[in-house]
Write a protein that binds this ligand. Structure first.
Ligand code: NAG
Length: 487
């Protein structure tokens, strides 16, 4: 009864009992003294007993049972005729890190609600607990905001250039018809958050600022320094100079209104505000920005970015939440309560943890799933970097040389899936699996329990499961374990 429901319902539908009736094959037992996400799993001749503090631990115990069962568990049709052999085991398990994340960029390409829900299933299967949704970027605004309808009427659509290369710097003419795009309604978001919560997964929204927001400026040009009308760009834009104007109070009013709606939808403690890659040429010449710099006694535009982030941090913390941003938020001085997501290597995370800030490590070197996983000749087009399965597995968010105090500030790690080169579900899956399994283990297991050779053998059973689930994983994963020349 239980087991054929794994892929959909899992632990939430179960009644939790102290002493289960004797005829129950799977028994759940509560132990309030355990850590939140820890569980023990005992499989003996006649029963399976999972002990945990609550639902999340039970869910993880059940996911482990699922992995001990034959791969045909993944197919609902075969369930009735399968011999349910399961090894007798005793497992005591708990995660090393409390932030075990996966970021999906739903702006560069739009992925519908169904794909997000299916991704949540895969995250739960791997005992990941954080889904970071990158909801805003130049190429599309993806969340309905009731107070600013143009964000999705205008900002969620761009001129279709899917037949051109992403990197063609294709700039549409004003007024051209924008047909590619999509967005999540607030109802969709509620459904995503509720489903994720039922699987022990926190959804962290990212509302980018001050750059990567051309979709917002195309909708409301008054948010930029010179209010120039622009289109939502269809391809890559570099450098990003059309950014929010921090000289105008109306910009902050807009952002606070947006974030108010966002915080109502997402119970997440952490609210991500981006912060990366702002080219501040307009800020240097904009009269409003110049006035702000003078009035606030700021030394330069880096400090103006810091001023921007600090104001957002005050707003977010006054709502009882915690601001998190890409490591550029360190420039010009980090806002007091902010957490940092370190992407340009580990450096920003090391610096922030030294100053007593919480950090999530997500360095390009180990966690950029938009990078090639094998040789360029053999792989579909991706960003330039190279990130084979083995390198993901090696990832350790705590860097050698960190003090124990610093290490305590490392919340965990995360894989980032930027989707410039992922036009559809099949390509997104190809880039995600099985690297996500390597990431899951890198952020769950203790150092002593990690073993690449062992993992590379175990991952094969996952392929069989993915085949049954219909997931388009990277079949090249095995070739990539040997070094290839990518030059
Ligand atoms: C960075 C950008 C991101 C882009 C990605 C591609 C961050 C924080 N920012 O340049 O928008 O999609 O790399 O790898 O990663």
């Amino acid at each position: 009864v239980l087991l054929d429901k794994f892929s959909k319902a899992a632990a939430w539908d179960l009644e939790v009992v102290d002493t289960a009736p004797k005829n129950n094959f799977v028994q759940l037992s509560l132990d309030a003294a355990m850590e939140d996400e820890a569980y023990t799993l005992k499989v003996s001749e006649d029963k399976v007993v999972i002990t945990a503090k609550g639902k999340v631990g039970f869910l993880y115990g059940l996911e482990s049972v699922r992995q001990l069962l034959p791969v045909s568990i993944e197919s609902n049709e075969l369930v009735a005729n399968v011999n349910w052999d399961i090894p007798t085991v005793e497992i005591t398990d708990s995660p090393r890190f409390k932030w075990r994340g996966f970021m999906m960029d739903v702006s560069r390409h739009f992925f519908d609600k169904e794909y997000i829900l299916a991704t949540i299933d895969q995250l739960a299967f791997l005992k990941m607990n954080t889904l970071h949704l990158h909801l805003v970027d130049d190429q599309g605004w993806r969340i309905e905001i009731k107070k600013y309808p143009k964000l999705t009427e205008v900002g969620a659509f761009r001129v279709d250039q899917e037949d051109k290369h992403w990197d063609a710097r294709f700039t549409p003419e004003l007024g051209e018809k924008a047909t590619y795009g999509g967005f999540y309604t607030q109802e969709d978001i509620k459904e995503i958050v509720a489903y994720a919560t039922s699987k022990g997964i926190n959804v962290v929204p990212e509302i980018e600022l001050p750059a990567h927001v051309m979709s917002a400026i195309a909708s409301y040009p008054e948010l930029s320094c010179f209010q120039k009308p622009i289109m939502v760009p269809s391809g890559g834009v570099w450098p990003i100079t059309e950014i929010y104007c921090p000289g105008k109070e109306t910009t902050f009013e807009f952002l606070e209104n947006v974030l108010t709606e966002v915080m109502e939808l997402f119970p997440s403690q952490y609210i991500h505000v981006g912060g990366d890659e702002a080219t501040k040429t307009n800020w240097k010449v904009c009269p409003d920005c110049k006035r702000r710099v003078k009035e606030e006694d700021l030394a330069n535009v880096e400090e103006l970015q810091s001023y921007f982030i600090r104001r957002m941090e005050r707003f977010i913390s006054s709502n009882g939440r915690t601001l998190i941003g890409w490591d550029e938020i360190l420039e010009g001085g980090l806002a007091p309560g902010a957490a940092v997501m370190s992407w340009r290597g580990f450096k920003g995370g090391i610096e922030a943890s030294e100053a007593g800030h919480d950090v999530v490590m997500t360095p390009t070197s180990h966690s950029y799933f938009d990078y090639y996983q094998g040789s360029r000749e053999a792989e579909p087009m991706a960003w330039g970097g190279y990130l084979p399965l083995s390198k993901v597995y090696e990832f350790d968010p705590v860097v050698e040389g960190m003090t124990p105090e610093q290490a305590k500030h490392v919340l965990g790690g995360q894989a980032n899936m930027w989707t410039e080169f992922m036009p559809d579900n099949a390509q997104a899956q190809y880039m995600t699996y099985p690297r996500l399994a390597a990431m899951a283990e890198a952020v769950w297991s203790t150092k002593a329990n990690k073993d690449w050779v062992d993992f590379s053998q175990r991952v094969v059973s996952l392929f069989d499961r993915y085949d049954i689930m219909g997931i388009n994983y990277a079949k090249s994963a095995y070739q990539v374990t040997t070094e290839v020349n990518v030059d």
